[in-house]
Structure formats: C-alpha cells, structure tokens
Design a protein around this ligand. Structure first.
Ligand code: GLU
Length: 400
C-alpha cells in the first residue's frame, strides 16, 4: 500500500530561522484576540498611543488621495516630506542635513533595518545596551552580525560612556542607542551621549540613534537629538525617526532616517528592492504632521505626564515590586523579582499569571534582555491603568 507522502518541514533560511518573533507584537496580538473574544482585557502591552491621529493630519491624507497622489514616490520619499524633516532638525537642533541624507521609510523599524543591513557584515559586533527594544538584536541576527549586550541594570538602566568603552573590541562596528528607551523609559543625559559619540568616532565605529520617543520626555529631562552633535560626529550616525508615537500614527507606517549620503545611498538600495517607498498618502500626512500645528503633541505629552506620575507612585506602593525612575517614552519598567515566589519564578510567569488570571496584558522583560522586569505601557487611560494596577497588585500579593 502506498503511504501518503508527509509534508517536509519548510526549509526556513538560516538567517530567518535564527530570528525570534517580536514579543511586543505578540503581546499586542494577545490583547487583540482577547478583546475579539469579548474579554474585559486591560491592555498595558501596546507600545502605541491611545490617541487618535490629529484631524489636520487625516485631512492632509484625504486631500492627497483626492488630488491623486496615490502613485509610487521616489524611494527616498516626496521632496516636501524630506524638506519638512530637514526643516524640523534645523529648527529644533540646528542640524544642517541635505536632501541626499534623508529618506522616508515604512516606520522607524524599517529605518533601523535599512541602517543595520547596509553596514553589518557576518561576524561584525554590534553593541546593544540592555534593556533593548526587541527588534534590535533580531535585525543584527538577520544580517549575521553578533550582538554584544551591555549591562546597565546596576545603574538603574542609565547608559554611561564608560560601559561602552569597556565593551569595544577590534570587531565592533556599530552601537545601537535608543533614548528615551523602549522599554525602560530612561534617557541618556546629553553630556553622556556626546561622550559616547566621541568614543564612537575615536574607534572609527558607527551609531544608530533610534529617536522614536524624541518628543516624549518629562522635566527636568529635555528633548535632545543626536543630530545636534558637531558634523564630524554626525557623520558616524544614523538617526531613525518615526511619526508613530509623536503624532499617534502607528498604523500609517511612516518614519525616516538621517545619515551621511553614502550610508543613505546604501539604504536606498535595500529599500529600493524591498518596499520601494513609504506609502504616498502617509508621506503627505507626515508632511502635514511636521509643518502643521503642534498642539496635539503638547496635549498628548501633558496626558502622559499625568499618567506617569500616578503610575510610578502606584506601582511603587505594591509590596515586593520596585519601579525605577524613567524620564521618557510611555513605559514603566518595574522589577517584579520581589513578587516572584512559589510557582511564579520568572517575570514571564508573572506576565502569564496576569494574562490568565487577571486578563491583563503586559510585556515580559525577558524579550528586552531584562528577565525579572515587566513593561507596562501607560499609553492607555488613567481609568484602565488604575484597573490594571489593581490586577497587578493581586498577582503580586499572591506571589509574595
Ligand atoms: N514599538 C512598539 C512596542 O514596543 C510597537 C511594537 C513594535 O513594533 O515592537 O510595543
């Protein structure tokens, strides 16, 4: 008798087989599935503003569609958007970028991807401070580079130039910085950032500065971009920027990179053979975001400030839980090891218990290289945050 042939396992390429799936996207999708099933879920997982995209931005997109701006654009993006980005960095940070140094991308994520794969050869070392955004090491893996992680926990996750200096080897090529940080919310003090870039230049390295949360910093911290560094340091830098957080435009998939002309030319090749251009309609919307009224950014920042103050206090009142300070983004990143007793052994167990027993989604710190911590997004209303904290307290008390 003939046996039915069994389907061979799909031969996933080595580059992709080595990559881990995105845990931030998994947390968001878990929340979405629960909502679809009618569960009263408290979603503190999503790294996504709960605000709607401002009306002037939506109107600009509608107008672009009406005017037929629905075709391919140059790979680097429409001229108006490039100029709006250059204008913003000139106005805010005194940085003089040229058009051949800026390109529009499908979100900040694509800017980081383009930048890494344009620079990294197999075996090159890439310094990645912990905790890191989950995507950084996976892109390095895809490029067959080697992620070298830098510990910052002892310093409550504040990155210093000294720890970077110690991690450099002859194979180091790149460092990926992210300030304000996703997930810790910590900000690299500008003087420290400058020293880091001096080290980068001294060793002939390059840096990517992921500035997705650029505008979301809380006093006394101030808005700072690596673009404000002197041109010799800037030459070694690729800024990855995004409209997603600043203008509540996550679904529009539009971001940008700013880097020297040669790096940009290489990135254009990558993008030219992958996604071509960021969506034409989103580019029109992003142009309006930068050139139009900015009140919506201030409104969102004020609301995040209110939530942050309440949340950090409330979390630190939970027995066994410790929440370090943070100066930016919209995440709290508490240490839950003091609540992990009995069957709760890891932050992953803690996050699972929250999900299963309390229908509350948070993101396990392990995916960010910080097992023992959980990421709580406060891009959700104070009411939902209060409900979430109640549920977290119940799990924490169960574990203590
Ligand atoms: N950056 C957001 C987060 O960390 C969105 C998800 C993602 O792209 O990773 O949750």
């Amino acid at each position: 008798m003939m046996t039915k042939p069994t389907a061979a396992a799909f031969p996933v390429s080595d580059n992709v087989a080595e990559m881990k799936a995105s845990s931030t996207l998994a947390a968001m999708q878990a929340a979405e599935a629960m909502r679809a099933a009618g569960v009263d879920v408290v979603d503190l997982g999503a790294g996504e503003p709960d605000f709607d995209t401002p009306q002037n931005i939506k109107d600009a997109a509608a107008e672009a569609m009406r005017a037929g701006r629905t075709k391919y654009t140059p790979t680097a993006g429409i001229r108006e958007l490039q100029q709006a980005i250059i204008g913003f960095y000139q106005r805010e940070f005194g940085a003089g970028y040229e058009r051949n140094e800026v390109m529009a991308t499908a979100g900040g994520k694509q800017a980081v991807f383009n930048a890494v794969v344009s620079l990294i050869n197999p075996g090159d070392e890439v310094l990645i401070p912990k905790p890191y955004w989950v995507t950084f090491p996976e892109i390095v893996t895809f490029a067959r580079g080697k992620s070298v992680f830098i510990e910052t926990e002892e310093n409550d996750f504040v990155l210093t130039a000294d720890v970077i200096r110690q991690a450099i080897t002859p194979r180091t090529k790149l460092i990926i910085l992210n300030s304000p940080s996703n997930p810790s919310g910590r900000v690299i003090p500008p003087s420290e950032f400058k020293q880091i870039m001096e080290i980068v230049a001294e060793h002939g390295l390059y840096a990517i500065s992921d500035e997705c949360y650029l505008r979301y910093v809380y006093p006394p911290a101030t808005v700072f971009s690596a673009a404000s560094m002197r041109p010799e340091l800037r030459r070694r830098l690729c800024i990855a920027g995004s409209f997603s957080k600043t203008y509540a435009m996550t679904g529009w998939r539009v971001g940008y990179s700013l880097a020297n002309a040669e790096w940009t030319r290489a990135m254009l090749k990558v993008q030219g053979h992958s996604t071509s251009n960021a969506t034409s309609i989103s580019q029109a919307a992003a142009t309006e975001a930068l050139n139009g009224p900015q009140e919506s950014v201030a409104t969102m920042l004020a609301e995040y400030t209110r939530r942050r103050e309440w949340l950090l206090g409330a979390l630190n009142n939970i027995p066994g839980l410790r929440c370090p300070q943070s100066e930016g983004a919209f995440y709290a990143f508490p240490d839950v090891r003091g609540c992990c007793k009995g069957k709760l052994r890891t932050s992953g167990d803690f996050a699972n218990e929250l999900l299963e027993k309390e229908q509350t989604v948070v993101t396990d710190g392990a995916g960010f290289g910080a097992e023992g911590f959980i990421r709580i997004s406060y891009a959700t209303s104070l009411d939902r945050l209060a409900e979430g904290v109640k549920r977290i307290r119940r799990v924490a008390e169960g574990g203590v």
